[in-house]
Design a protein around this ligand. Structure first.
Ligand code: ZN
Length: 129
C-alpha cells in the first residue's frame, strides 16, 4: 500500500470532536510504515497531530531515520504540517525527504522537508538565549 494510502486509512481513526479536522499521517522508516491519526482532547493543549504520533510510534519501535512522510486531511487543499510537526520530522530526517500531502480526494502535492522548514531549530546553533 502506498504511503499516502496508509495515511488516508489512518485518517478514518481520527479523534477530532472539537475541531472537526480529521487527519491521518504515515511515515516510512526502516522498511516499515507507521501510521496514526490526530487525537484531540477536551483540554485543547493536550491534543496531538497525526504526524507526531506516527513519528513517535516509529521512534518507540527503534527507528531513528525517517525516509518519507505522508499526510491526508479533509477540506479542499492538502494539509500542511504545523511547525511543531515539522521540527519533529527534522529531528529524525534529512532535509531532503519527501513530504506528500493530500486531501481525502484530489491530487497529492509533495514537498521536501527543507521547503517547509528551511531553518529548523538546532541545539548546537546557540546564541539565542
Ligand atoms: Zn502538527
Amino acid at each position: 500500500m502506498r504511503l499516502i494510502d496508509c495515511a488516508r486509512q489512518a485518517r478514518s481513526h481520527a479523534y477530532a470532536p472539537y475541531s472537526g479536522f480529521s487527519c491521518g499521517a504515515a511515515v516510512a522508516a526502516g522498511g516499515k510504515v507507521y501510521s496514526a491519526s490526530n487525537v484531540e482532547n477536551a483540554s485543547y493543549g493536550l491534543s496531538c497531530c497525526a504526524e507526531r504520533i506516527a513519528i513517535f510510534r516509529a521512534v518507540t519501535e527503534g527507528q531513528r531515520n525517517i525516509d518519507a512522510v505522508a499526510v491526508v486531511g479533509g477540506g479542499d487543499t492538502p494539509p500542511l504540517p504545523c511547525g511543531a510537526c515539522l521540527q519533529v520530522i527534522a529531528e529524525f530526517a534529512t532535509d531532503d525527504i519527501p513530504i506528500a500531502l493530500a486531501c481525502e480526494e484530489g491530487t497529492t502535492v509533495t514537498y521536501r522537508l527543507e521547503q517547509l522548514l528551511p531553518c529548523p531549530f538546532q541545539l548546537e546553533q546557540g546564541g539565542t538565549s
